[in-house]
Design a protein around this ligand. Structure first.
Ligand SMILES: [Zn+2]
Length: 477
C-alpha cells in the first residue's frame, strides 16, 4: 500500500518535507518515491538541528521533488538533498524556479558567512562551524529544476502523476494535486503547500499576487497547512495606524526598521509605502531596501505580470518599476549596506531575514534596537524561538552575533500583511470542496494551531482530520 511520511513541518511551521512512496507500506522497497517540498527547519535550536540529520531514506533513492513555492521553509533543504546524492528532477512553476535561483544561492551564502563569522569569533560550540551548504552547492542544485506549468498534468511514473493549481500565497505558489494509480485503484491526494488569502480588500492590503486559492478541489486525502489554525487576521485596514506610527517615529528623529522576507513581503511593503507617500500620509523619507536579492526579486516580479493582483497592476502602471522610484534605494553591496548605518536622519530600512534569524537585518537591529527613538515594525509571522519572536514578545534584550543587545526601541506588529489564509478563510475555502476527503492531515502549524483547526474542521465541516506527527507514516488507503 502506498504511504506518506511526514519528514518536516509536523509539530512546527518550518522544514516542509513530505515523502510519498507508491508501494509496499513500511518496508518502502520498490516504490516510486517523491518528496513534496524540501524545506529547511528554522526557529528553535531543537528544530534547526534537524537540518543536519539525513532524511530517513537514502537521498539517491528519491525519484523526484515537487515544490509548491520558493519560501525557504519549503525549498531551503534542496541543496542539501542534492549534496547527499539526489539526482532527480525538481518540478516547480517557472516563477518559483526564478525565485529559487535567487533565494537558494543567497541561503548558501548566508550560511557560509555565518559559519565564517562564528569561526573567526570562536562563538560556536562546534569547531569548526560548517554551513549546511555553500552558495556554489546551492547553484549546482538549480540544474535539477524543471518547469511545470499550472493546470498541466505531468506523469512521473506509471503510477504517479501531478498537476499544479494556484495557491495564491506568493508569486509562483501552487498546490500539488497528485494522482496515484496503484493496485488498479486510483487515489487523489492534495498537498496544499501554503494557502494564500481567500479574502481581498482593505483588511488584506498590498496583495502582489491575486487572492484566492483554487476552489472545488476533489481529493481522497489532503495534506494541509495550519499556520493560522487558531487565529483570525484583523479585518480592519492597517494603513492609517501604520502611517501614524511612521509619522511619529520620523517626528521624534527615529528610524523605522522592518525585518521582511526579501521575496514578496518586501515588494508588498515597498508598494504600500509608495502609495502612502504619494497620498501624503507619510513623509518622503529615504527607504533603504537592504537585501542583496531585493533587486533580483523585483526583476522576477516584473517578469511574471500574469500573476499580479489588480492593485499591483495599477501601481506598476502608474509609477513604473520600483527600481526607478526616487525615494527607494536598493543596497546590493555590503559597502552600500554599511552606509545605511551612517544615516543619522530618519529613514525606513527594510531588510531580511523576515524573522531576524540571519542576514543584514541583524546589523540594523544591533545598531537601532538600543535607541527608544526608533521603531521596529513586524509585518510578518515570527516563529517561536526566532530573534523576531523574542523582540516582538517584549524581551528586554536579544542575542545578536553572540552579544546581548538591549531592546529599547518601540515595537509594533501588524498581522494584516499575512500571505496565509486565517481560520475563517481556510474554512471558507474548504467549503468549496464538493465532497469530504476520507482523511486530512494537518501540517505546517504549531501544535495548538493544528489541533484547534482539526477541532473546527471536525465540528463545522464533519471532516475526518488528524494532526500529522514528525516522521509518522500513514497509509494511503
Ligand atoms: Zn510560504
Amino acid at each position: 500500500m502506498p504511504y506518506i511520511q511526514f519528514l518536516g513541518a509536523a509539530g512546527t511551521v518550518t522544514g516542509s518535507k513530505h515523502l510519498i512512496n507508491t508501494a509496499n507500506g513500511s518496508s518502502g522497497a520498490n516504490g516510486f518515491q517523491v518528496l513534496i517540498d524540501c524545506g529547511m527547519f528554522q526557529g528553535q535550536k531543537e528544530w534547526r538541528e534537524r537540518n543536519w540529520q539525513d532524511v530517513p531514506i537514502p537521498a539517491d533513492k528519491i525519484d523526484a521533488v515537487i515544490l509548491t513555492h520558493a519560501h525557504l521553509d519549503h525549498c531551503g533543504w534542496i541543496p542539501r538533498l542534492v549534496k547527499q546524492g539526489f539526482r532527480g528532477p525538481i518540478y516547480a512553476t517557472s516563477s518559483t524556479i526564478d525565485l529559487c535561483s535567487i533565494v537558494l544561492p543567497d541561503s548558501g551564502h548566508l550560511q557560509a558567512e555565518d559559519a565564517d563569522f562564528y569561526n573567526r569569533h570562536q562563538k560556536s560550540k562546534h569547531h569548526p562551524a560548517l554551513p549546511l551548504y555553500t552558495l556554489e552547492e546551492a547553484e549546482q542544485s538549480l540544474e535539477y529544476f524543471k518547469p511545470a506549468p499550472f493546470e498541466q498534468t505531468i506523469q512521473l511514473s506509471p503510477e504517479l502523476s501531478f498537476c499544479f493549481v494556484r495557491a495564491a500565497h506568493i508569486l509562483g505558489s501552487c498546490m500539488a494535486e497528485i494522482t496515484l494509480n496503484v493496485n488498479h485503484q486510483s487515489r487523489r491526494l492534495l498537498f496544499s503547500g501554503d494557502i494564500g488569502r481567500v479574502r481581498s480588500g482593505s483588511g488584506c492590503p498590498g496583495k502582489v499576487v491575486r487572492s484566492g486559492p483554487n476552489e472545488g478541489e476533489v481529493a481522497d486525502l489532503v495534506v494541509m497547512e495550519s499556520t493560522y489554525g487558531n487565529r483570525n487576521h484583523p479585518t480592519d485596514d492597517p494603513c492609517p495606524q501604520l502611517a501614524a506610527l511612521i509619522r511619529q517615529t520620523v517626528e521624534r528623529g527615529g528610524s523605522v526598521v522592518v525585518p521582511a522576507f526579501a521575496v514578496e513581503r518586501t515588494q508588498k511593503f515597498i508598494f504600500m509605502l509608495k502609495e502612502m507617500m504619494e497620498a501624503g500620509q507619510i513623509p518622503q523619507v529615504p527607504v533603504f531596501c537592504d537585501s542583496p536579492m531585493a533587486i533580483k526579486a523585483v526583476e522576477v516580479f516584473l517578469k511574471h505580470t500574469e500573476e499580479y493582483s489588480d492593485q499591483t497592476k495599477k501601481l506598476i502602471h502608474q509609477y513604473g518599476s520600483p527600481l526607478d522610484w526616487p525615494n527607494v534605494r536598493f543596497a546590493s553591496t555590503s559597502q552600500e549596506s554599511k552606509k545605511i548605518n551612517d544615516s543619522r536622519f530618519p529613514c525606513i530600512i527594510i531588510s531580511s531575514s523576515g524573522m531576524a534569524t540571519g542576514g543584514r537585518i541583524l546589523h540594523h537591529l544591533a545598531q537601532r534596537l538600543p535607541d527608544p527613538k526608533n521603531l521596529v515594525l513586524f509585518i510578518g509571522f515570527q516563529a517561536p524561538g526566532t530573534r523576531g519572536f523574542i523582540i516582538k514578545s517584549g524581551a528586554p534584550e536579544v542575542k545578536i552575533f553572540g552579544d546581548m543587545v538591549p531592546i529599547r526601541a518601540q515595537k509594533a506588529a501588524f498581522e494584516q500583511f499575512s500571505d496565509h489564509a486565517d481560520t475563517p478563510e481556510l474554512l471558507q475555502w474548504l467549503r468549496t470542496f464538493p465532497q469530504k476527503p476520507s482523511v486530512t492531515y494537518l501540517v505546517h502549524g504549531e501544535p495548538a494551531a493544528a489541533s484547534q483547526l482539526r477541532d473546527n474542521m471536525t465540528k463545522q465541516l464533519g471532516w475526518n482530520v488528524q494532526v500529522a506527527q514528525w516522521l509518522q507514516k500513514v497509509d494511503v488507503k
